[in-house]
Ligand binder design. Sequence first.
Ligand SMILES: [Zn+2]
Length: 251
Amino acid sequence: MDSASAATLNGACAPKRANGAAESRAALLRGGGGFGIIYGAMDIVILLGAPGSGKGTVAGKLAADNANLSHVSSGDLLREAIAKGTAAGLEAKGYMEKGELVPDALIAAMIKDVVSATTGDKTMLLDGFPRNLAQAEILAQMGVSVRAAVLIDVPDDIILGRILGRRTCPNCKAGYHVTNLPPKVEGICDKCGTRLTIRKDDNPDTVQDRLAVYHRQTEPLIEYYGAKGILRKVDGNADIEVVAKAFMEQL
Ligand SMILES: [Zn+2]
């Protein structure tokens, strides 16, 4: 046995290895959904929050600061699977090329693969899935352990202010905000002197539409996880350091 395997058996976090993934999958098959007995299993914390609530940023920071946390964004997962040309990625690409939505079950399968391929005791911060009740039911039936659903709570008017104030440098991609992170000279990139632009999607109509979709489709999950007794709430209207600390206290 190599030293990495020994470290894993001792409960330390080991880097992902192909044979570790195979062991976990075998354990998953043997376990038949009894997830608790799988060696090196991972449990899931679901991130809930409106677009612009900062949940992705918070999850990224938490994963960077804590070795036992990983951040998995369903959007990133999909893009990565397509780029790598995995079986699931090719299937997803087929739907997208036909202009169809990628089926919930396919995204769920990708998430299950990540869970079963991970060694060491890790908690996965799941961002972007589930997005609606149907997806939450699929996740519940996958046999993975959902420990908590944490809502990053931010009022709509604050979200509008955050998104509508965003400015981006089209040249070096640096990001700014008119009030929260202004450039030294108004409208000009500090780093390369290029005139800053507003992203096409950062307009009031688009943002209001996205918030409406969130309220209609995703917000019912607050009640859903509340009824299961695993909903936690964090005030997202604060500095990222404060939000991240409050989040950790809920885990
Ligand atoms: Zn620039």
